[in-house]
Each structure stands twice: as structure tokens, then as C-alpha cells.
Design a binder for this molecule. Structure first.
Ligand code: CO8
Length: 259
């Protein structure tokens, strides 16, 4: 795959996708979204990778949508751009493998929205995260209002968007927006360590966890409980090779071998 704004490499079972537009702090424009979508289309066909890490080149993870594109945007273009970003982020969220955001630097606006589309976030403890759209006369447009609300609750979501200036990564960790903090130069290594731990587990169980947790958060408690029971029960179908292997490996005191 040849991209202008993305770099992709595989290290054993891990995929590492780097947004590479450092002169604009990896700001998201139409071209970056088109490349991300092409990457996702081709990535779906590869079945070697167990965990995907997304990070940024240079001093930012992603400093938001490309503000320069907003100067003469029409209503129609604004709507389309919002829908395009949402579609790409939805496709990231729906990948059947875990996705870790390795937040090396600023994750602002669309950058935080990208990070929130990932499953888990590891961040440079010295950086800033936030939803500064209100300072530009905008509001988040790539699901920031929806995701932040789900992930940190109404009061914290209001605080984050209304103060707009961004918060320290340490505060984001306290709010639960970030799951691990690291030294600035260790973000990718830490994300890789986490990815390796995750990759030891059953790929089928990981895929199922994503479905149950992501769909469950949109459901009533009754429906989410019913889904969990149904999916748990389905694991005992005769062809559930990974459940058979996982349980047998424990009883035989050996490591499971996921095919
Ligand atoms: N868009 C375009 N260019 C950017 C962006 C951006 N979001 N952020 C930084 N850049 C550019 C700068 O203009 C600068 O370019 P140049 O050298 O040509 O002047 C270069 O990147 C380096 O940036 P700085 O010199 O500003 O670097 P600093 O270290 O001084 O500051 C900051 C770093 C604090 C991150 C600063 O760049 C900044 O505040 N950036 C903007 C952050 C922001 O407000 N992000 C939110 C954008 S809005 C958004 O994401 C809405 C999403 C929903 C869209 C819905 C669609 C309709």
C-alpha cells in the first residue's frame, strides 16, 4: 500500500499505523480520511494481525480536523465531512481486532475523536487532550459529543467541551479517557507491550468482547445482559475451537495454541 499520509508496518502479530502529516500536526483532511478508508479496506483482507496500534508522527497524535479547510466550507461540505469522518471512525471501531491509540502528543478535536474510536488509549503523560471546537465557533463533528458523553458522563463531557482548552493527559487519565500514561518517549513501546499481552488471548474471544462491550453500551441493561448470556452460551457450540483449546490447555497445563 502506497500512502502520502500514512505509514503502516507489521511486527509479528501487531500492526502499527502512523498518521504521517507532521507539518500540519497530522490534521485530518479529506485526503487523510480517503487514505484511512483505503487502508481499512485492504486491512480487512489481512488475517495475520491480532492487534492494531494507531499513532502519530512528530509531536502530535492528531491536532484535529484541518482547520484551514473550514474557512470556506459550505453547509453541504461540512455535513459530508462530518459524515465521512464518522464513517472512517466507525470502521475503525468495528474492526474485529483490538485497536490501541498510542497518543504520542496532542490529541485535540478530531484527534481525540479518533482516539475515542479506538478501544484502549495509552498516552504521553506530558501531552494535552481535548475537544477545543467551541474556541473556533464549532462543535465536535466526528462523534465527540456522543463518545465523550458515553465514556466520561455528562458533567465531564460538558466540562471538556465548554472549557475547550484541552486538559493534561494526567487529568484525562483521572477521568478515564486514557487507560495508561507513559513517559513521552515510551508511548509506542508501552502500546506494543499492551498489544502483546492482548494478543496472547483468544482472537475469537477478543472479537466477541468488542461486540458485546460496544453494542452493550448502546443497549438497555436488560438487552445487554441477554446478549451476554446468548453469546456466552454460543461459545459452547461444538465447533467453538478456541473455547475447546483454551479450556483444554488450562487442564493440560500448557499454553493455548490459537490457530
Ligand atoms: N489544522 C490545520 N493545521 C494545523 C492544525 C489543525 N487542526 N493544528 C496545527 N496545525 C498546523 C499549524 O497551522 C502549523 O502550520 P504552519 O507551520 O504552516 O503555520 C503547524 O501545524 C504546527 O502547529 P503550531 O505551530 O500551532 O504548533 P504549536 O506547537 O505552537 O501548537 C497546538 C500546537 C496547540 C496543537 C496548535 O497547533 C493548535 O492549537 N492546533 C489546533 C488544535 C485545534 O483546535 N483542534 C481542533 C480542530 S477542530 C476539529 O477537530 C473539529 C472536528 C470535527 C469536524 C467536523 C467536520 C464538519
Amino acid at each position: 500500500m502506497n500512502f502520502s499520509y500514512l505509514i503502516y508496518e507489521e511486527r509479528d502479530e501487531l500492526g502499527i499505523l502512523t498518521l504521517n502529516r507532521p507539518n500540519a500536526l497530522n490534521a485530518l483532511n479529506n485526503e487523510v480520511f480517503d487514505e484511512l478508508q483505503s487502508f481499512l479496506d485492504s486491512f480487512k483482507q489481512s488475517n495475520n494481525v491480532r492487534v492494531l496500534i494507531i499513532t502519530g508522527a512528530g509531536k502530535a497524535f492528531v491536532a484535529g480536523a484541518d482547520i484551514k479547510a473550514f474557512q470556506d466550507m459550505t453547509v453541504h461540505e461540512g455535513y459530508d465531512f462530518s459524515e465521512k469522518g464518522k464513517s472512517v471512525f466507525r470502521n475503525i471501531a468495528q474492526l474485529p481486532i483490538p485497536v490501541i491509540a498510542a497518543i504520542n502528543g496532542f490529541a485535540l478535536g478530531g484527534g481525540l475523536e479518533l482516539a475515542l474510536a479506538c478501544d484502549i488509549r495509552v498516552a504521553n503523560k506530558d501531552t494535552r487532550l481535548g475537544l477545543p471546537e467551541a474556541s473556533l465557533g464549532l462543535i465536535p463533528g466526528f462523534n465527540g459529543t456522543v463518545e465523550a458523553l458515553k465514556q466520561v458522563g455528562l458533567g465531564h463531557a460538558m466540562y471538556l467541551m465548554m472549557t475547550a482548552g484541552g486538559i493534561k493527559a494526567t487529568e484525562a487519565y483521572d477521568l478515564g479517557l486514557v487507560q495508561q500514561l507513559t513517559e513521552a518517549d515510551q508511548v509506542l513501546d508501552q502500546a506494543i507491550d499492551m498489544a502483546k499481552k492482548i494478543a496472547k488471548n483468544s482472537p475469537n474471544a477478543l472479537r466477541l468482547l468488542k461486540t458485546v462491550l460496544r453494542e452493550g453500551k448502546e443497549m438497555t441493561r436488560t438487552d445487554a445482559e441477554a446478549m451476554e448470556s446468548r453469546e456466552f452460551g454460543n461459545l459452547f457450540q461444538a465447533d467453538q475451537a478456541e473455547r475447546i483449546e483454551g479450556v483444554n490447555a488450562f487442564i493440560e497445563k500448557r499454553k493455548p495454541n490459537w490457530k
